[in-house]
Structure formats: C-alpha cells, structure tokens
Design a protein around this ligand. Structure first.
Ligand code: PGA
Length: 250
C-alpha cells in the first residue's frame, strides 16, 4: 500500500494550550494503531507545548509560514523558527491564507523557502466556485503551475498536494463535494504534474468538510491518497471515526 495521510488543520482552535494538549493526547492514543501518516497542524502558539508530548505516530506541521527565517514580518511565524520544535510539514496556499493576501506569487516563494528548509510543503489548491464551463480546471492548473514554477522534479515529488474546493470548505460550504468530483480533479492534477513537470508520484489529498460519514468514500470511490481535515480534526472522536473508517482502505 502506498503511503496514505490524514492531516489535521486545526486552524485557530482550540482556545488555550491546556485544551490543545488534551486533544493532542487523546488523538495520540486513538490513532496508535493507524497505518496512515498522521500530521497535526495546530496554531503555532501551541507547537512548543505539543512538541514536548512523546509520540511515534503523529508529526507536527505549521499552517503557514513567512518567506524567510527572520525579518520584518509582523505577526507571522516561519518554518525556520519552528524547526527546533520538530515540525516536518507546512501547509501553504490554504484558501484562508490566500484570502488573507497570499497571492500565487507569494505562495510560490513560500514553497521554495519551505523546501530549502528541508520541510515538506502541503500545497493547497482549489477553485472558489464550480461552473458549467469547467473553467475551474484552468484555475487549478494556473495555481499549480505558478506555485511550482522553477521547482525541481525531485522536490515536487517530495511534496503533498491537497485539493480543497473552497465551496466545500468550512461552515460556509455551499454543499459537499462528491468523491467523483474529487477523482476527476485528482486525474487532472496528475496530468498537469506529468505534462508540465514530468512528475508522476505526488500524493493528492482531498480536503473540505471531511467527516466520519464521507471519509471512506473519498478514500475508495475518490481514490484519495489521504484527507486534509479541518473542523473534525479538533474533535478527537470525529478524527478517530475518520481514521477507523479509512484504516482498512487500500
Ligand atoms: P473543513 O476545513 O474540514 O472544516 O471544511 C478544511 C480545510 O480548510 O482545510
């Protein structure tokens, strides 16, 4: 079985360190037998505390990064400053970060900087809305090509890509995406990566309102290489249900 992933994007949750530690400790227990690679991306302020908790089955990641280790970046964190806390991954290009000013150009700079820091980028792409003219394919292609411009084949092959249609994310989701919709885009992303970068082995994850109810179908009918889970990942019970459903999928 190829490596499969469950990535928890906690966003700005929970409210304090005590709760963060309690949730992380529960997740650590619940997922101990999991065959998947589990990556938790908490708010960076909780990373020092969480990195002290001994675990062999959860790896920590950042939700975003500045484009340099240090400098005039008020309010930001960088993978460089977080390295001593054992982080190994960093989400980049999440739609909520793009909405806060991360342009395609800045996302590209961040991808380059994260790779240079020997951290694995989890690159998010996804269209704002679905249209009948299928222009979302062109939108996704553009996001991929601009984020990966100048990145070597070897480096792209070390990354994770998550398809997260914005219309299916969070409490404002218009509706759920279907596994078939995901699979169609997964095939398209693979085609772009192959034709433009000669790359054929990048894990492609689904994200957007993943729950215990729909997780299995994205892994089976959707052929996802893993799931990027937002809200449900801060609730240990939900994350455990997602994990137990997906642990038997090939
Ligand atoms: P959600 O968030 O699972 O709460 O929809 C997913 C994401 O934004 O990564």
């Amino acid at each position: 079985m190829s490596q499969k992933y469950i990535i928890g994007n906690w966003k700005l949750n929970p409210k304090n360190e005590k709760e963060a530690v309690a949730i992380f400790t529960k997740i650590k227990k619940d997922l101990s037998l999991l065959k998947y690679k589990v990556i938790i991306c908490p708010p960076s302020i909780f990373i020092p505390a969480l990195s002290k908790i001994k675990t062999t089955n959860i790896t920590l990641g950042l939700q975003n990064t500045a484009i340099e280790d240090t400098g005039a970046y008020t309010g930001q964190v960088s993978v460089g400053t977080a390295l001593s806390y054992k982080i190994k991954y960093c989400i980049v290009g999440h739609s909520e970060s793009r909405a806060n000013g991360d342009t395609d150009e800045r996302v590209a700079k961040k991808v380059g900087y994260i790779l240079k820091s020997k951290i694995t980028p989890i690159l998010c792409v996804g269209e704002r809305e679905r249209d009948e003219a299928h222009t979302y394919f062109a939108f996704i292609e553009n996001q991929l090509k601009s984020a990966l411009l100048g990145i070597s084949k070897k480096n792209i092959e070390s990354m994770i890509i998550a398809y997260e249609p914005i219309w299916a994310i969070g409490r404002d989701a218009v509706r759920d995406a279907t596994p078939e919709e995901f699979y169609e885009v997964k095939i398209f992303i693979k085609k772009v990566l192959k034709e433009s970068f000669g790359v054929s082995v990048v894990p492609i994850l689904y994200g957007g309102s993943v729950t215990a109810k729909n997780a299995e179908s994205f892994m089976t009918a959707g052929h996802a290489d893993g799931l990027l889970v937002g809200r449900a990942s801060v609730d240990p019970k939900s994350l455990q249900s997602i994990s137990s459903i997906t642990k038997n999928t090939k």
